[in-house]
Design a binder for this molecule. Sequence first.
Ligand SMILES: Nc1ncnc2c1ncn2[C@@H]1O[C@H](COP(=O)(O)OP(=O)(O)OP(=O)(O)O)[C@@H](O)[C@H]1O
Length: 454
Amino acid sequence: MDRNADPLIEVEHLSKWFGTSQGVVDRLMGNEQSPVKAVDDVSFTINEGDIMGIAGESGCGKTTLGKLLVQLYEPTQGSIHFDGNDITEMSNDEEKEFRKRVQMIFQDPFESLNPRMTVFQSVVEPLRINDMFGGYNERRERVIEVLNEVGLSPAEAYLNEFPKELSGGELQRVAIARALVVNPDFVVCDEPVSMLDVSIRAGVLNLMKELQDEYGLTYVFISHDLSLIRYMCDRTAIMYLGDVIEQGPTDEVVMNPKHPYTEALFDAVPEVAPDAERHRANVTGEVPNPRNPPSGCRFHPRCSKIIPPQDWTGGQPAFRRAFQFKRKVLTEQLGPEDVATSAETASGRAADELLEHGLSLELPEEHRPAGGTGTTVDLSQLDLPRDAESTLREAAERVVQSDYDGARDVLDGEFETICEREHPDLREAGPQITACHLYEGEEQKTRKAPSADD
Ligand SMILES: Nc1ncnc2c1ncn2[C@@H]1O[C@H](COP(=O)(O)OP(=O)(O)OP(=O)(O)O)[C@@H](O)[C@H]1O
């Protein structure tokens, strides 16, 4: 890795939205769904010679981003410059050259190799397509050379084998050979060892590192395996719901994460950062639907560090709970059925119970109060301002009467946060950059959204 290297890839405001594909009838009937924003307004740079990791939970957009980088997908918006040229505006000749310089290795070698082709046919094919290395003999020599380089030796013994005759590890080496045979500059590896037996993963990864030096490669490594990312990558970008929320030198991102989501992601995997004292972060709930991502910071509904407004006089943990109570009411996830006492028999008690239940967080076990189930909260232990408590109780009373409109009216304009209101820009936070309002100037964090009357 050369820190002074030039950028090889420059990605700016890149988006890929997958359409509704609901058919004409649905469209005419107005049943069209919103698109899946698989990648949404992402920007980053990859320097020549770097190994860039892309990490995040399943479905956050890693593979889509990888396919955009090698032009297997057309972007919905934004640009990708490869070696200074915009790959979305290439002439035919430029595209041909690009296809030689850029390759992708997929997760499943059984799927990426044609079962009817021998090893020789699979590896020579890119040379034929790209019209490289002259005639049959030169191409055969090149295939043998690259098979030996990927550890399939003697190569001659593999040339006539079919995929079904090889092990998973051998097949992935064939897939690597097929990618490298054209002498590329940039390779996107999508979960390249996740289908392989654990015992052979390190061997394949070490081979990929050696080949990086030999070929002067720049890699993107896509993985949900954070230990692998830490082992392989110089720099890492963390994705959440189609967004890159943090990026920087891998060690910094792992050991000193800035975004609360990154922190949670690495906390959940103790062996990634064994030198730090860690335990599961207290993130609540599940990843939301990418068709309808939350406004502002997409992580805010689950975030333990959600920012209270300037005029909040209670504690931040109390604000987090009040905010979550409001969300549950607005989305009707909280109802009279959540409490044992019926509204008819004891409406005051039912509202209290609903309040205690609604202010509880769906936390990992170790973050629940001692001996508690995590489904109720002791209000006297919460630094909740008196006026906030009475607003919440009033909303709870409406909910136990199934008066959701009334509850919404009570909560309207209450418990507002910049995290819900504004999408955070990527900002410097130490050696990395992160998209979190915690790292913005105080003035910006506490700024109120303009109201309709302003
Ligand atoms: N061709 C497609 N059509 C419609 N939606 C798609 C398509 N490809 C991906 N998606 C959706 O886009 C989102 C991102 O998918 P993607 O495969 O890029 O995520 P990922 O992080 O690579 O996940 P995984 O680790 O499970 O492979 C998901 O919600 C997925 O369902």
